[in-house]
Write a protein that binds this ligand. Structure first.
Ligand SMILES: [Zn+2]
Length: 234
């Protein structure tokens, strides 16, 4: 799905990631599940590009459903993988995500998510080497990804603003589809380490200048980040 000229959302509403297409190369924001590499390759073929054109992968955080094929591209093509320093250990597999209270769930939605995890899954390879980023960094990659720290879902959760495209990818800083209940009301994502911090981080998102908000799970938000944040808080 093309969200804006040069911005493609790959995967689906259950698990999504972004591809930025520019003349001088490609940027990925998140890397889905391992099996999403096939979806990526199919999209690249359709665009007349290849994995070798990927200049970098920016991870919104270090959870398994966001780092899927990152190690494969790093290993096979030397693609650098960027993540906030506070999630670097989780991304490398040196540290597990803390267990959170069991979120609410409904069988249909939960089974759908589990089915995606199984069909796109396989063994997630942790990323052996990462480059760390901090709040305010503008990465030397197509789309000039700008890092906005959004601690809460995990300590190193970030939003990635693509200023030229007026698109912001928020990972699991919020969701528009609860993966376990299917509820499509905008809300904080399940499995959030620190809900109070995640709620406070929404102020940072609300201040961003963009027209499209792309969560890791759920439909794309058309409208300003502020409007989406207000919908969560309403
Ligand atoms: Zn997720």
């Amino acid at each position: 799905m093309q969200l804006a000229p040069g911005i493609h959302r790959l995967g689906d509403d259950r698990v999504a990631f972004l591809l930025v297409v520019a003349d001088d190369g490609l940027t990925l924001v998140d890397a889905g599940l391992p099996g999403h590499r096939r979806d990526l390759r199919r999209a690249l073929r359709a665009l007349g590009r290849s994995e070798a054109d990927v200049c970098g992968i920016v991870l919104t955080h270090g959870d398994v459903d966001h780092i899927g094929f990152a190690e494969a591209l790093r290993r096979d093509h030397g693609v650098p993988v960027y993540v906030h320093g506070a999630d670097a250990a989780r991304t490398r597999g040196d540290e597990a995500a803390p267990s959170t209270a069991t979120p609410p769930w409904r069988p249909g939605a939960a089974l759908g998510f589990i089915a995606t995890m199984l069909t796109k899954g396989g063994r997630t390879r942790r990323v052996a080497q990462v480059r760390t980023v901090v709040d305010g960094d503008v990465l030397p990659l197509p789309g000039a990804p700008t890092i906005v720290a959004m601690p809460g879902h995990s300590p190193g959760s970030i939003a990635v603003l693509l200023p030229e495209h007026r698109v912001v990818a928020v990972g699991d800083a919020l969701t528009t589809r609860h993966v376990l209940t299917g509820d499509e009301q905008p809300q904080l994502a399940p499995f959030t380490d620190d809900p109070a911090a995640a709620a406070a981080s929404l102020d940072r998102l609300a201040a961003l200048d963009a027209d499209v908000v792309v969560p890791g799970h759920g439909t794309v938000g058309r409208g300003t980040p502020r409007a989406l944040v207000e919908a969560i808080r309403a």
